[in-house]
Design a protein around this ligand. Structure first.
Ligand SMILES: Nc1ncnc2c1ncn2[C@@H]1O[C@H](COP(=O)(O)OP(=O)(O)OP(=O)(O)O)[C@@H](O)[C@H]1O
Length: 496
């Protein structure tokens, strides 16, 4: 069956935008199709798509900062963009995923692209590509299309610098169609997307190092030995000058919260310093932090903004009673980073607030993730830091079919409670394990951990609000984590 997507041209922008999102959703494919031979085939097609869109020259002339990594890519890119804007450069930032609206992925001079421009650029690319579709050359998949769209937008808008976050991996990522970035970055490496990238850190590092280009300088943060060895090998083969940058000094104020952001900020500083030098703007050497940072770097770092990463939002109906702590952590390492951030927030809050508080976990992760690598770390790190969850709630993400254009991943766990019941069982077993191992000491007599599964997020939020209304003397501090999509769903819900 063929579905023909038509751009509504009745002058109503919101109608046109919705039909644009519908057409975009038609490009969503199931994860299963990411077989490795298919990946390389799809990657090669990108060069053809660029030709169809007449973007080859424009892309080859773009001044690009390209960032891969398991954790912290989006934050690093956001810091870099914010710094470079302080130098008066016209910036184009492409990140993923988005939380509420697909346009978050495309920022021009720090501001997400307007609906009007998005619609115009979208259809220009969509029609051109559709005309050339054949059995051998299908339409690009969702993320490939968005990457091509980013090139179209940034080329037409004539930005001075493009900051590109890799979507997944590196070697076969759609953003890797670029041939000559100015500088590359590899943020913290860890275990994520193993079913696609490999199950060892060495394999994962090799995929990420796939963004290195001959002679193009690159920076990374301190990595585990196994990963660092591979990065060094790949760099030396391509004569890439790869340098390891330390985390930024914690006395610097950052726009993004959490200790882990000092790693990302350090990387962003090195990328920007190198970029500015390349385009003829000489700054004092930021790679040696003892010199202190230039004022524009300081300003850029402290004004960076990215939704859903260590974000504190009061409930829209009960702002005094419920506060959400949102963080899209979904890998083992980021669970630890998230737990440290959350615990610190809770402690700071205890000092400044008289009201008794209760910590509640609101969690989901996509079914491609292994929750037994996530929940135990989150729980034990919080407990280590003196913060315990009284209750835990597990909910599905909103199905992508209900939020058109909002995700590139169709998650089979959406809409069914089986997955969440499994998460609940795991959580309960962790609690029981702790109770047993602590039975001779302080755990005796402690309240049992309560956990709940709801079939939808709105039901869980209603339940939280009902409970908060009843227990007026308690402030609920709800950590929402495990999935950036869950964070996006919650933000969308409480914004209404
Ligand atoms: N350097 C880091 N080390 C560990 N965890 C991190 C680090 N940076 C960010 N995180 C965690 O990862 C989450 C996503 O951050 P960010 O968007 O910067 O990373 P990303 O690599 O773009 O992630 P993804 O591609 O999975 O969205 C944050 O909410 C935080 O929990």
């Amino acid at each position: 069956m063929f579905i023909i997507y038509v751009e509504e041209d009745d002058g109503d922008l919101s109608g046109r935008y919705q039909s644009t999102l519908d057409a975009l959703s038609s490009l969503i494919t199931k994860r299963g199709r990411f077989a490795s031979n298919n990946q390389s085939h799809r990657f090669r097609l990108l060069f053809h798509y660029l030709k169809v869109l007449e973007l080859e020259d424009a892309v080859s002339q773009m001044k690009i900062i390209h960032v891969a990594g398991t954790k912290g890519k989006g934050s690093t890119c956001t810091f870099a963009e914010s710094i470079l804007r302080c130098y008066g450069l016209r910036t184009g930032l492409f990140t993923s995923p988005h939380l509420i609206d697909v346009r978050e992925r495309f920022r021009l001079n720090g501001i997400e692209i307007s609906q009007e421009k998005f619609v115009d650029y979208f259809w220009c690319c969509f029609h051109k590509l559709k005309e050339k579709t054949s059995n051998e050359v299908p339409m690009p998949t969702y993320f490939c299309f968005l990457a091509l769209l980013a090139f179209k937008i940034f080329a037409t808008e004539q930005v001075d610098v493009v900051i590109l976050e890799v979507g997944l991996g590196g070697r076969f990522d759609a953003t890797n169609v670029i041939q000559k970035p100015v500088v590359c970055g590899i943020s913290s490496l860890g275990y994520d997307h193993m079913e696609i990238l490999g199950y060892t850190l060495a394999e994962i590092a090799a995929e990420k190092a796939g963004i290195f280009k001959s002679g193009v300088p690159a920076f990374t943060v301190p990595q585990p030995d196994e990963a660092m060895r591979v990065l060094n090998e790949k760099a030396s083969k391509l004569e890439v000058n790869l340098q390891v940058v330390p985390p930024l000094d914690t006395s610097q104020r950052l726009g993004l919260q959490g200790e882990h952001q000092y790693l990302n900020a350090g990387l962003a500083v090195a990328l920007c310093f190198t970029f500015l030098k390349e385009i003829g703007i000489e700054e004092k050497n930021c790679l040696n932090q003892t010199n202190g940072l230039p004022a524009k770097f300081i300003s850029g770092l402290s004004n960076a903004y990215l939704m859903g990463r260590a974000m504190v939002v009061p409930d829209s109906e009960l702002p005094e009673e419920i506060v959400y702590y949102l963080d899209g952590a979904h890998s083992p390492e980021s669970m630890v980073a998230c737990a440290i951030w959350f615990s610190k927030q809770i402690k700071q809050n205890q000092e400044s607030n008289q009201k008794r508080s209760e910590q509640i976990l609101l969690f989901n992760c996509m079914s491609v993730r292994d929750p037994s690598l996530l929940l135990p770390r989150l729980r034990s790190k919080c407990i280590d830091q003196g913060v315990d969850f009284k209750r835990a709630i597990f909910v599905p993400n909103v199905s992508v079919y209900n939020q058109v254009g909002s995700s590139s991943n169709v998650d089979p766990s959406a809409g069914s409670r089986t997955w969440q019941l499994g998460l609940q069982r795991l959580w309960e077993s962790l609690a029981r394990g702790e109770a047993r191992s602590n039975s001779r000491s302080d755990y005796k007599g402690k309240e049992e951990v309560k956990s709940f599964v709801f079939s939808s997020l709105p039901l869980a939020v209603d339940w939280l609000r009902d409970n908060a209304r009843q227990s007026k003397q308690v402030r609920f501090q709800v950590l929402v984590t495990g999935s950036l999509h869950l964070v996006g769903d919650l933000l969308r819900l409480i914004k209404k």
